[in-house]
Write a new protein. Structure first.
Length: 406
C-alpha cells in the first residue's frame, strides 16, 4: 500500500473515531447537584425577603408622611430606614445566590467542553488532512484513487450528521458567552446593592442614635430601670429566669396602666363615666403578627432537637455578617445589653402579655424603657459567623414565631 493510501486510511480512521466520540457525548448536563438546589432555594428566599422589605419600607414611609405626631413619625421613619437596609441586604444575598448558580453553570459547561475537545480536535485534524489532498494528485498515485473516492463518499454522508451533532456544541459556546455577560451584570448589581447598603446603614445608625437620645430625655428615670434590669440579669440563674422576671414586671405594668385614675367627683346633673375594664386597652393593641427580626436562612426551627438533646424554644436564623436586626412588633424594651453565653440580647414586652427575645446581636441600638414600633432598628448582627435566635412567648409560654409571622 502506498504512503498516500496509508495517510488516507489514517485520516479515515481519525475521522471515524472523532465522529463516533462526538456523537456519543450527551448534548447537555442539567444542574441537579445539591449545591445548585441550595443556591436556587437561597435565591428564592432572598428575592421574597427583598420584596417583603420593600413593601414594608413603602408602607412605613407613607405612614410617616401622614403622621401628625412627631414621636410616631420619627419611629416610622427609623423603621422605614431599617426596612430599606434589609431590602439592600436581601438584594446582595440574591445577587450572591444568582452568581453561585452562574458559576456552577460555567463549571459544568467548561467540563463538557473539555470532554469534547479531544474528539473535536481529532475530527478537525482528519477533515484538514482530507481537504489537503486534491483529487487530481491522488489519481496519479497507484491504488490511492479508490481509497480517496471511498473516503470522500463516506465524508459526504457524515458531514451533515456532524453538523447536526455539533449544533449543540455551538450553542454551548454561545451559552458560555451569555453566562459571562450575565456574570458581569450580577456583579454590577451586587456592587450597586452594597453601595446602597452602606449609605442606608449610616442613615439608620444616625437615626437610631437620635431616637435613643430622645427616649433617654423623655423617660428621665430610665437609667434606674436599666440598672434594675442589669441586677435582674445578674441574679437570674438562666435566660429563662430573666425573661420570666421581666414578664412578671411587664404584666404588672400593663395591669397598672389599664386601671383608671381617680374618678372626678360628680356635680349636679353630671354622670360619671363607667370605669374601663382592666386589660381592655392591651387587648385592642395586642399584636397578632410579628416580623422575623433579621433576614436570612432559618437554620433551626421551633421544637427541633438541639445538640444538647433539648427542644428549641424559638428560631435560629443565619443572616449576613453585620445584618440589620429589627423589632418584631410594637412594644417596649425591657432589657438590652450583654448576657453571658448569648452575646447581646434584647427583650421586648408587647401588649396582650406577649414577649419577644432576640439574642446574638453584635451591637444594640436601643435602651431599657424605650418604645419601639414594628421594624424599629434594635441593632446589628455580629460580624463573625452570625446567628440570631428569636423566641416569642404568649402568657409566658413559647410559641412558634412562624405561626404568627407577618
Amino acid at each position: 500500500m502506498t504512503r498516500a493510501a496509508l495517510a488516507c486510511l489514517a485520516a479515515s480512521g481519525a475521522l471515524a473515531f472523532g465522529f463516533h466520540a462526538l456523537v456519543a457525548q450527551p448534548s447537555t448536563t442539567p444542574l441537579t447537584s445539591e449545591e445548585a438546589v441550595d443556591a436556587r432555594e437561597a435565591l428564592e428566599i432572598a428575592r421574597q425577603q427583598q420584596r417583603n422589605a420593600r413593601s414594608r419600607a413603602e408602607r412605613l414611609e407613607g405612614q410617616a408622611a401622614q403622621s401628625r405626631e412627631a414621636a410616631q413619625q420619627a419611629l416610622q421613619e427609623a423603621a422605614a430606614l431599617a426596612a430599606r437596609v434589609q431590602q439592600a441586604e436581601a438584594a446582595i444575598a440574591a445577587a450572591e445566590a444568582e452568581l453561585s448558580l452562574v458559576e456552577q453553570q460555567r463549571k459544568a459547561l467548561d467540563a463538557r467542553l473539555a470532554e469534547r475537545r479531544e474528539p473535536l480536535a481529532r475530527l478537525t485534524g482528519a477533515l484538514q488532512t482530507m481537504a489537503s489532498r486534491p483529487l487530481a494528485l491522488s489519481a496519479l498515485q497507484s491504488g490511492s484513487l479508490r481509497d480517496v473516492v471511498h473516503t470522500r463518499a463516506v465524508l459526504a454522508s457524515t458531514v451533515p450528521v456532524v453538523r447536526a451533532r455539533t449544533a449543540s456544541l455551538r450553542g454551548e459556546l454561545d451559552r458560555a458567552r451569555a453566562l459571562e455577560i450575565e456574570r458581569a451584570g450580577v456583579l454590577a448589581d451586587r456592587r450597586e446593592a452594597e453601595s446602597r447598603l452602606e449609605s442606608r446603614r449610616r442613615d439608620v445608625i444616625a437615626k437610631a442614635e437620635q431616637e435613643r437620645i430622645l427616649a433617654r430625655q423623655a423617660l428621665g428615670g430610665a437609667n434606674r430601670e436599666a440598672e434594675l434590669a442589669v441586677e435582674l440579669a445578674e441574679q437570674a440563674r438562666d435566660l429563662d429566669g430573666l425573661v420570666g422576671r421581666l414578664e412578671s414586671d411587664a404584666a404588672m405594668r400593663q395591669r397598672l396602666a389599664s386601671l383608671d385614675g381617680p374618678l372626678p367627683r360628680p356635680t349636679d346633673g353630671q354622670a360619671v363615666a363607667a370605669p374601663r375594664q382592666p386589660g381592655s386597652s392591651a387587648s385592642r393593641n395586642s399584636p397578632e403578627r410579628f416580623l422575623l427580626p433579621v433576614s436570612g436562612r432559618v437554620a433551626e426551627g421551633f421544637g427541633e432537637a438541639g445538640a444538647s438533646g433539648g427542644r428549641a424554644s424559638g428560631l435560629a436564623i443565619v443572616p449576613r455578617p453585620g445584618a440589620q436586626v429589627v423589632s418584631p412588633a410594637a412594644g417596649r424594651v425591657s432589657f438590652a445589653g450583654p448576657y453571658e453565653g448569648f452575646g447581646r440580647i434584647v427583650i421586648l414586652e408587647h401588649d396582650g402579655e406577649w414577649t419577644s427575645l432576640v439574642t446574638g446581636l453584635g451591637q444594640v441600638s436601643v435602651e431599657v424603657g424605650q418604645s419601639v414600633t414594628a421594624g424599629s432598628p434594635l441593632g446589628l448582627a455580629t460580624q463573625g459567623r452570625p446567628r440570631i435566635a428569636f423566641e416569642l412567648r404568649r402568657n409566658g409560654r413559647p410559641v412558634n414565631p412562624l405561626d404568627f409571622q407577618r
